[in-house]
Design a protein around this ligand. Structure first.
Ligand code: NAD
Ligand code: MG
Length: 385
Protein backbone atom coordinates (compact mmCIF):
# COMPACT_ATOMS: atom_id res chain seq x y z
CA UNK A 1 0.00 0.00 0.00
CA UNK A 2 1.29 3.48 -0.90
CA UNK A 3 0.97 6.07 1.83
CA UNK A 4 0.46 9.46 0.27
CA UNK A 5 0.94 13.10 1.01
CA UNK A 6 -0.78 15.33 -1.53
CA UNK A 7 0.59 18.86 -1.62
CA UNK A 8 -2.14 21.05 -3.14
CA UNK A 9 -5.03 18.58 -2.85
CA UNK A 10 -7.71 21.19 -3.64
CA UNK A 11 -6.28 22.06 -7.07
CA UNK A 12 -7.04 20.51 -10.41
CA UNK A 13 -4.30 17.86 -10.11
CA UNK A 14 -5.01 17.33 -6.40
CA UNK A 15 -8.69 16.62 -7.07
CA UNK A 16 -7.87 14.22 -9.92
CA UNK A 17 -5.33 12.47 -7.68
CA UNK A 18 -7.96 11.91 -5.01
CA UNK A 19 -10.28 10.48 -7.67
CA UNK A 20 -7.59 7.96 -8.62
CA UNK A 21 -7.05 7.17 -4.92
CA UNK A 22 -10.78 6.74 -4.27
CA UNK A 23 -11.08 4.30 -7.17
CA UNK A 24 -8.27 2.10 -5.73
CA UNK A 25 -8.85 2.02 -1.97
CA UNK A 26 -6.69 -1.08 -1.53
CA UNK A 27 -3.66 0.57 -3.08
CA UNK A 28 -3.52 3.90 -1.26
CA UNK A 29 -3.87 5.55 2.10
CA UNK A 30 -3.84 9.34 2.50
CA UNK A 31 -1.48 10.42 5.28
CA UNK A 32 -1.38 14.18 4.75
CA UNK A 33 -3.03 16.85 2.62
CA UNK A 34 -2.27 20.52 2.06
CA UNK A 35 -4.35 23.31 0.56
CA UNK A 36 -4.31 27.06 0.13
CA UNK A 37 -7.57 28.93 0.72
CA UNK A 38 -10.34 26.62 -0.52
CA UNK A 39 -11.45 25.45 2.94
CA UNK A 40 -14.90 24.18 1.93
CA UNK A 41 -13.47 21.64 -0.49
CA UNK A 42 -10.58 20.86 1.87
CA UNK A 43 -13.00 20.05 4.70
CA UNK A 44 -14.82 17.53 2.46
CA UNK A 45 -11.52 15.95 1.40
CA UNK A 46 -10.40 15.64 5.03
CA UNK A 47 -13.69 14.06 6.07
CA UNK A 48 -13.54 11.57 3.19
CA UNK A 49 -9.86 10.61 3.31
CA UNK A 50 -9.12 11.07 7.02
CA UNK A 51 -5.48 12.21 6.85
CA UNK A 52 -3.46 12.42 10.07
CA UNK A 53 -2.00 15.80 9.22
CA UNK A 54 -3.22 18.73 7.14
CA UNK A 55 -1.86 22.17 6.37
CA UNK A 56 -3.30 25.38 4.93
CA UNK A 57 -1.81 28.64 3.73
CA UNK A 58 -2.24 30.86 6.80
CA UNK A 59 -2.83 30.76 10.54
CA UNK A 60 -6.21 32.35 9.97
CA UNK A 61 -7.16 29.52 7.58
CA UNK A 62 -5.95 26.96 10.13
CA UNK A 63 -8.25 28.44 12.81
CA UNK A 64 -11.16 28.56 10.38
CA UNK A 65 -10.57 24.96 9.30
CA UNK A 66 -10.49 23.81 12.90
CA UNK A 67 -13.86 25.44 13.40
CA UNK A 68 -15.31 23.83 10.25
CA UNK A 69 -14.20 20.29 11.08
CA UNK A 70 -16.27 18.17 13.39
CA UNK A 71 -15.43 14.85 15.08
CA UNK A 72 -11.87 13.57 15.29
CA UNK A 73 -9.60 16.23 13.82
CA UNK A 74 -6.23 15.75 12.15
CA UNK A 75 -3.24 17.79 13.25
CA UNK A 76 -3.77 21.19 11.58
CA UNK A 77 -0.68 23.19 10.56
CA UNK A 78 -0.12 26.18 8.30
CA UNK A 79 2.39 28.01 6.13
CA UNK A 80 5.68 26.74 4.75
CA UNK A 81 6.42 24.76 7.95
CA UNK A 82 3.08 23.03 7.64
CA UNK A 83 3.74 22.07 4.01
CA UNK A 84 7.19 20.75 4.94
CA UNK A 85 5.71 18.71 7.80
CA UNK A 86 3.18 17.20 5.37
CA UNK A 87 5.87 16.51 2.77
CA UNK A 88 8.08 14.74 5.30
CA UNK A 89 5.44 12.98 7.46
CA UNK A 90 6.96 9.78 8.85
CA UNK A 91 4.35 7.42 7.42
CA UNK A 92 4.36 8.93 3.93
CA UNK A 93 6.04 6.87 1.21
CA UNK A 94 5.10 9.04 -1.77
CA UNK A 95 4.47 12.75 -2.12
CA UNK A 96 2.28 14.09 -4.91
CA UNK A 97 3.64 17.59 -5.63
CA UNK A 98 0.59 19.43 -6.98
CA UNK A 99 1.03 22.97 -5.69
CA UNK A 100 1.15 25.56 -8.46
CA UNK A 101 4.16 27.80 -9.02
CA UNK A 102 7.46 28.30 -7.25
CA UNK A 103 5.57 27.93 -3.94
CA UNK A 104 5.87 24.19 -4.57
CA UNK A 105 9.66 24.18 -4.54
CA UNK A 106 10.45 24.14 -0.81
CA UNK A 107 8.02 21.37 0.21
CA UNK A 108 8.95 19.26 -2.83
CA UNK A 109 12.66 19.62 -2.05
CA UNK A 110 11.91 18.71 1.57
CA UNK A 111 10.13 15.54 0.41
CA UNK A 112 13.15 14.47 -1.66
CA UNK A 113 15.55 15.26 1.18
CA UNK A 114 13.41 13.13 3.49
CA UNK A 115 13.76 10.21 1.06
CA UNK A 116 10.17 10.23 -0.17
CA UNK A 117 9.34 9.17 -3.72
CA UNK A 118 7.72 12.04 -5.59
CA UNK A 119 4.99 12.17 -8.23
CA UNK A 120 5.78 15.56 -9.70
CA UNK A 121 3.11 17.81 -11.19
CA UNK A 122 4.76 21.03 -9.98
CA UNK A 123 6.99 21.64 -13.01
CA UNK A 124 8.17 24.95 -11.55
CA UNK A 125 10.28 22.93 -9.08
CA UNK A 126 12.47 21.65 -11.91
CA UNK A 127 12.34 24.89 -13.90
CA UNK A 128 13.72 26.90 -11.01
CA UNK A 129 16.00 24.38 -9.31
CA UNK A 130 16.40 21.44 -11.72
CA UNK A 131 20.09 20.78 -11.13
CA UNK A 132 19.77 20.91 -7.33
CA UNK A 133 16.68 18.71 -7.24
CA UNK A 134 18.11 16.10 -9.61
CA UNK A 135 21.31 15.96 -7.53
CA UNK A 136 19.21 15.43 -4.39
CA UNK A 137 17.13 12.75 -6.13
CA UNK A 138 20.32 10.85 -7.02
CA UNK A 139 21.90 11.35 -3.60
CA UNK A 140 18.81 10.21 -1.71
CA UNK A 141 18.05 7.40 -4.17
CA UNK A 142 14.40 8.46 -4.44
CA UNK A 143 12.13 7.94 -7.43
CA UNK A 144 10.82 10.99 -9.25
CA UNK A 145 7.84 10.20 -11.48
CA UNK A 146 6.53 12.85 -13.86
CA UNK A 147 2.82 13.67 -13.69
CA UNK A 148 2.90 16.29 -16.45
CA UNK A 149 1.23 14.40 -19.31
CA UNK A 150 4.00 15.07 -21.84
CA UNK A 151 6.73 13.93 -19.49
CA UNK A 152 4.73 10.92 -18.42
CA UNK A 153 4.41 10.06 -22.14
CA UNK A 154 8.16 10.49 -22.64
CA UNK A 155 8.85 8.39 -19.55
CA UNK A 156 6.55 5.64 -20.86
CA UNK A 157 8.21 5.85 -24.29
CA UNK A 158 11.63 5.32 -22.68
CA UNK A 159 10.84 2.25 -20.58
CA UNK A 160 12.90 -0.66 -21.86
CA UNK A 161 15.21 1.53 -23.95
CA UNK A 162 18.78 2.71 -23.44
CA UNK A 163 19.43 6.41 -22.85
CA UNK A 164 22.29 6.48 -25.34
CA UNK A 165 19.96 5.39 -28.16
CA UNK A 166 17.69 8.43 -27.81
CA UNK A 167 18.11 11.05 -30.50
CA UNK A 168 15.30 13.49 -29.65
CA UNK A 169 12.37 14.12 -27.37
CA UNK A 170 9.35 15.56 -29.16
CA UNK A 171 6.93 17.29 -26.80
CA UNK A 172 3.48 17.83 -28.20
CA UNK A 173 1.50 20.99 -27.48
CA UNK A 174 -2.18 21.59 -28.11
CA UNK A 175 -1.44 25.18 -29.10
CA UNK A 176 -4.04 26.35 -26.58
CA UNK A 177 -7.09 28.53 -27.22
CA UNK A 178 -5.19 31.04 -29.39
CA UNK A 179 -3.66 28.63 -31.85
CA UNK A 180 -5.05 30.41 -34.90
CA UNK A 181 -5.28 33.96 -33.56
CA UNK A 182 -3.33 36.76 -35.29
CA UNK A 183 -0.90 38.93 -33.31
CA UNK A 184 -3.36 41.84 -33.53
CA UNK A 185 -6.18 39.76 -32.16
CA UNK A 186 -3.93 38.32 -29.44
CA UNK A 187 -3.13 41.83 -28.24
CA UNK A 188 -6.85 42.23 -27.39
CA UNK A 189 -7.37 38.77 -25.87
CA UNK A 190 -9.11 38.89 -22.50
CA UNK A 191 -8.98 36.60 -19.47
CA UNK A 192 -12.05 34.54 -20.38
CA UNK A 193 -10.57 33.88 -23.85
CA UNK A 194 -7.32 32.66 -22.30
CA UNK A 195 -9.09 30.44 -19.76
CA UNK A 196 -11.06 28.71 -22.50
CA UNK A 197 -8.67 25.81 -23.19
CA UNK A 198 -9.88 23.47 -25.94
CA UNK A 199 -8.67 20.11 -24.55
CA UNK A 200 -7.67 20.30 -20.90
CA UNK A 201 -9.40 21.53 -17.75
CA UNK A 202 -6.68 22.87 -15.42
CA UNK A 203 -5.87 25.55 -12.85
CA UNK A 204 -5.91 29.19 -13.97
CA UNK A 205 -2.16 29.78 -13.99
CA UNK A 206 -1.26 26.79 -16.15
CA UNK A 207 -4.22 27.53 -18.43
CA UNK A 208 -2.85 31.02 -19.13
CA UNK A 209 0.63 29.47 -19.53
CA UNK A 210 -0.87 27.18 -22.17
CA UNK A 211 -2.35 30.16 -23.98
CA UNK A 212 1.02 31.99 -24.09
CA UNK A 213 2.84 28.69 -24.68
CA UNK A 214 5.05 29.44 -21.69
CA UNK A 215 3.70 26.15 -20.39
CA UNK A 216 5.49 24.34 -23.21
CA UNK A 217 8.60 26.40 -22.50
CA UNK A 218 8.49 25.36 -18.84
CA UNK A 219 8.00 21.78 -20.02
CA UNK A 220 11.08 21.93 -22.24
CA UNK A 221 13.10 22.94 -19.18
CA UNK A 222 11.38 20.29 -17.07
CA UNK A 223 12.27 17.63 -19.67
CA UNK A 224 15.86 18.85 -19.80
CA UNK A 225 16.29 18.00 -16.12
CA UNK A 226 14.05 14.95 -15.83
CA UNK A 227 15.65 13.14 -18.76
CA UNK A 228 19.09 14.76 -18.62
CA UNK A 229 19.05 15.76 -22.28
CA UNK A 230 20.24 19.06 -23.82
CA UNK A 231 17.42 21.37 -24.94
CA UNK A 232 18.77 21.35 -28.50
CA UNK A 233 17.44 17.79 -28.63
CA UNK A 234 14.00 18.67 -27.28
CA UNK A 235 11.56 19.66 -30.03
CA UNK A 236 8.01 20.97 -29.75
CA UNK A 237 5.28 19.94 -32.20
CA UNK A 238 1.87 21.55 -32.17
CA UNK A 239 -0.70 18.77 -32.14
CA UNK A 240 -4.14 20.34 -31.61
CA UNK A 241 -6.00 17.10 -30.86
CA UNK A 242 -3.86 16.28 -27.74
CA UNK A 243 -4.06 12.54 -28.43
CA UNK A 244 -0.34 11.84 -28.74
CA UNK A 245 0.98 13.10 -25.42
CA UNK A 246 4.64 13.18 -26.54
CA UNK A 247 7.22 11.05 -28.33
CA UNK A 248 10.79 9.83 -28.18
CA UNK A 249 12.83 9.44 -31.36
CA UNK A 250 15.62 6.84 -31.38
CA UNK A 251 18.81 6.67 -33.42
CA UNK A 252 17.38 3.97 -35.68
CA UNK A 253 14.61 6.33 -36.81
CA UNK A 254 11.91 4.72 -34.66
CA UNK A 255 9.57 7.05 -32.84
CA UNK A 256 7.77 5.75 -29.75
CA UNK A 257 4.69 7.68 -28.66
CA UNK A 258 2.10 7.41 -25.91
CA UNK A 259 -1.54 8.03 -26.84
CA UNK A 260 -4.72 8.48 -24.87
CA UNK A 261 -7.78 10.60 -24.27
CA UNK A 262 -6.57 13.84 -22.63
CA UNK A 263 -7.31 13.28 -18.94
CA UNK A 264 -4.75 13.86 -16.18
CA UNK A 265 -5.99 10.82 -14.24
CA UNK A 266 -3.97 8.69 -16.71
CA UNK A 267 -0.53 10.20 -15.97
CA UNK A 268 -1.39 10.55 -12.27
CA UNK A 269 -2.27 6.85 -11.97
CA UNK A 270 0.88 5.83 -13.84
CA UNK A 271 3.06 7.95 -11.56
CA UNK A 272 1.37 6.47 -8.49
CA UNK A 273 1.49 2.82 -9.53
CA UNK A 274 4.51 2.46 -11.87
CA UNK A 275 5.34 -0.09 -13.23
CA UNK A 276 1.81 -1.42 -12.69
CA UNK A 277 -1.17 -0.06 -14.58
CA UNK A 278 -4.54 0.23 -12.90
CA UNK A 279 -7.93 1.39 -14.17
CA UNK A 280 -7.60 5.18 -13.90
CA UNK A 281 -11.03 6.37 -14.95
CA UNK A 282 -9.72 7.60 -18.33
CA UNK A 283 -12.13 6.82 -21.18
CA UNK A 284 -10.81 4.37 -23.78
CA UNK A 285 -9.41 5.94 -26.93
CA UNK A 286 -11.22 5.13 -30.16
CA UNK A 287 -9.00 6.35 -32.97
CA UNK A 288 -11.67 5.60 -35.55
CA UNK A 289 -13.84 8.40 -34.17
CA UNK A 290 -11.15 11.05 -34.75
CA UNK A 291 -11.12 13.20 -37.85
CA UNK A 292 -7.32 13.06 -37.94
CA UNK A 293 -4.15 13.85 -36.06
CA UNK A 294 -2.15 16.87 -37.23
CA UNK A 295 1.28 18.25 -36.36
CA UNK A 296 3.15 21.44 -37.15
CA UNK A 297 5.88 23.72 -35.84
CA UNK A 298 5.08 26.40 -33.24
CA UNK A 299 5.02 30.06 -34.28
CA UNK A 300 7.36 31.85 -31.88
CA UNK A 301 6.46 35.25 -33.34
CA UNK A 302 2.93 34.97 -31.99
CA UNK A 303 4.02 32.93 -28.97
CA UNK A 304 7.38 34.45 -27.95
CA UNK A 305 7.25 32.89 -24.47
CA UNK A 306 8.39 29.57 -25.91
CA UNK A 307 11.49 31.23 -27.36
CA UNK A 308 12.16 32.93 -24.00
CA UNK A 309 12.18 29.58 -22.24
CA UNK A 310 14.75 28.14 -24.66
CA UNK A 311 16.82 31.28 -24.14
CA UNK A 312 16.53 30.93 -20.35
CA UNK A 313 18.01 27.42 -20.38
CA UNK A 314 20.75 28.48 -22.75
CA UNK A 315 21.62 31.41 -20.47
CA UNK A 316 21.40 28.90 -17.63
CA UNK A 317 22.17 29.32 -13.93
CA UNK A 318 19.63 31.66 -12.32
CA UNK A 319 17.89 32.70 -15.56
CA UNK A 320 15.13 30.03 -15.62
CA UNK A 321 14.20 30.83 -11.99
CA UNK A 322 14.03 34.53 -12.82
CA UNK A 323 12.00 33.87 -15.96
CA UNK A 324 9.60 31.68 -14.01
CA UNK A 325 9.15 34.32 -11.32
CA UNK A 326 8.50 37.05 -13.89
CA UNK A 327 5.99 34.78 -15.60
CA UNK A 328 4.10 34.18 -12.36
CA UNK A 329 3.84 37.92 -11.68
CA UNK A 330 2.86 38.72 -15.28
CA UNK A 331 0.22 35.97 -15.44
CA UNK A 332 -1.23 37.21 -12.14
CA UNK A 333 -1.33 40.77 -13.55
CA UNK A 334 -3.05 39.52 -16.70
CA UNK A 335 -5.60 37.54 -14.66
CA UNK A 336 -6.22 40.69 -12.59
CA UNK A 337 -6.94 42.66 -15.77
CA UNK A 338 -3.88 44.88 -15.31
CA UNK A 339 -1.97 44.00 -18.47
CA UNK A 340 -2.84 42.70 -21.90
CA UNK A 341 -2.07 39.23 -23.16
CA UNK A 342 0.98 40.09 -25.26
CA UNK A 343 2.38 42.13 -22.36
CA UNK A 344 2.97 38.90 -20.42
CA UNK A 345 5.87 37.80 -22.62
CA UNK A 346 7.07 41.40 -23.05
CA UNK A 347 7.39 41.83 -19.28
CA UNK A 348 9.21 38.50 -18.92
CA UNK A 349 11.66 39.44 -21.67
CA UNK A 350 12.40 42.81 -20.06
CA UNK A 351 13.12 41.16 -16.72
CA UNK A 352 15.39 38.63 -18.42
CA UNK A 353 17.24 41.43 -20.24
CA UNK A 354 17.97 43.04 -16.86
CA UNK A 355 19.23 39.85 -15.27
CA UNK A 356 22.85 38.74 -15.20
CA UNK A 357 22.72 34.98 -14.58
CA UNK A 358 24.68 33.64 -11.64
CA UNK A 359 25.17 30.17 -10.17
CA UNK A 360 22.58 28.79 -7.74
CA UNK A 361 24.08 26.55 -5.09
CA UNK A 362 21.19 26.08 -2.67
CA UNK A 363 17.41 26.23 -2.55
CA UNK A 364 17.77 29.48 -0.59
CA UNK A 365 19.71 30.99 -3.52
CA UNK A 366 16.97 29.84 -5.90
CA UNK A 367 14.38 31.57 -3.70
CA UNK A 368 16.53 34.71 -3.75
CA UNK A 369 16.61 34.65 -7.58
CA UNK A 370 12.85 34.06 -7.55
CA UNK A 371 12.32 37.11 -5.31
CA UNK A 372 14.57 39.21 -7.57
CA UNK A 373 12.57 38.18 -10.64
CA UNK A 374 9.28 38.99 -8.92
CA UNK A 375 10.51 42.38 -7.74
CA UNK A 376 11.73 43.39 -11.21
CA UNK A 377 8.57 42.15 -12.89
CA UNK A 378 6.42 44.14 -10.45
CA UNK A 379 8.48 47.26 -11.11
CA UNK A 380 8.14 46.83 -14.87
CA UNK A 381 4.42 46.07 -14.78
CA UNK A 382 3.76 48.66 -12.08
CA UNK A 383 2.02 46.48 -9.48
CA UNK A 384 2.48 46.23 -5.74
CA UNK A 385 3.51 42.99 -4.01
P1 NAD B 1 -4.46 24.70 -9.23
O1 NAD B 1 -4.36 26.17 -9.22
O2 NAD B 1 -5.72 24.06 -9.67
O3 NAD B 1 -4.14 24.14 -7.75
C1 NAD B 1 -3.03 24.53 -7.05
C2 NAD B 1 -3.03 23.96 -5.65
O4 NAD B 1 -1.92 24.55 -4.94
C3 NAD B 1 -4.27 24.27 -4.82
O5 NAD B 1 -4.51 23.21 -3.92
C4 NAD B 1 -3.86 25.52 -4.06
O6 NAD B 1 -4.57 25.69 -2.86
C5 NAD B 1 -2.40 25.26 -3.80
N1 NAD B 1 -1.60 26.48 -3.69
C6 NAD B 1 -1.56 27.51 -4.56
N2 NAD B 1 -0.70 28.44 -4.14
C7 NAD B 1 -0.17 27.99 -2.99
C8 NAD B 1 0.79 28.50 -2.06
N3 NAD B 1 1.36 29.70 -2.23
N4 NAD B 1 1.09 27.76 -0.99
C9 NAD B 1 0.49 26.56 -0.79
N5 NAD B 1 -0.41 26.02 -1.62
C10 NAD B 1 -0.75 26.72 -2.70
O7 NAD B 1 -3.22 24.16 -10.09
P2 NAD B 1 -3.15 22.84 -10.99
O8 NAD B 1 -3.69 23.11 -12.32
O9 NAD B 1 -3.65 21.67 -10.21
O10 NAD B 1 -1.56 22.72 -11.18
C11 NAD B 1 -0.72 22.28 -10.14
C12 NAD B 1 0.66 22.02 -10.72
O11 NAD B 1 0.58 20.94 -11.64
C13 NAD B 1 1.22 23.21 -11.51
O12 NAD B 1 2.60 23.28 -11.31
C14 NAD B 1 0.93 22.84 -12.96
O13 NAD B 1 1.86 23.40 -13.85
C15 NAD B 1 1.06 21.33 -12.91
N6 NAD B 1 0.28 20.64 -13.93
C16 NAD B 1 -1.07 20.76 -13.94
C17 NAD B 1 -1.83 20.11 -14.92
C18 NAD B 1 -3.34 20.18 -14.92
O14 NAD B 1 -3.97 19.50 -15.72
N7 NAD B 1 -3.96 20.97 -14.07
C19 NAD B 1 -1.18 19.35 -15.89
C20 NAD B 1 0.21 19.25 -15.85
C21 NAD B 1 0.92 19.89 -14.86
MG1 MG C 1 1.81 19.30 -19.70
Amino acid sequence: MKKLTILGSTGSIGVSTLEVVTAQPDLFRVVALTAGNNLELFKKQIETHKPELVSVLSEKNARELKRLLSGKKPEILHGVEGMIAAATATDTTMVVAAIVGAAGLVPTAAAVMAGKDVALANKETLVTAGHLIMDMVRERGVKLYPVDSEHCAVFQSMVGHRDQDISRIILTASGGPFLNWSRERLACAIVTDALNHPNWSMGRKITVDSATMMNKGLEVIEARWLFDIPVERIAVNIHPQSIIHSMVEYVDGSVIAQLGVPDMKGPIAYALTFPARVPSGVKPLDLTTLAGLTFFNPDTERFPALKLAYRAVQDGESMPAVMNAANEVAVEAFLGGRIGFMAIAEAIERVMDLHVPHGLHSIEEVLEADRWGRRKAREIIGVEA
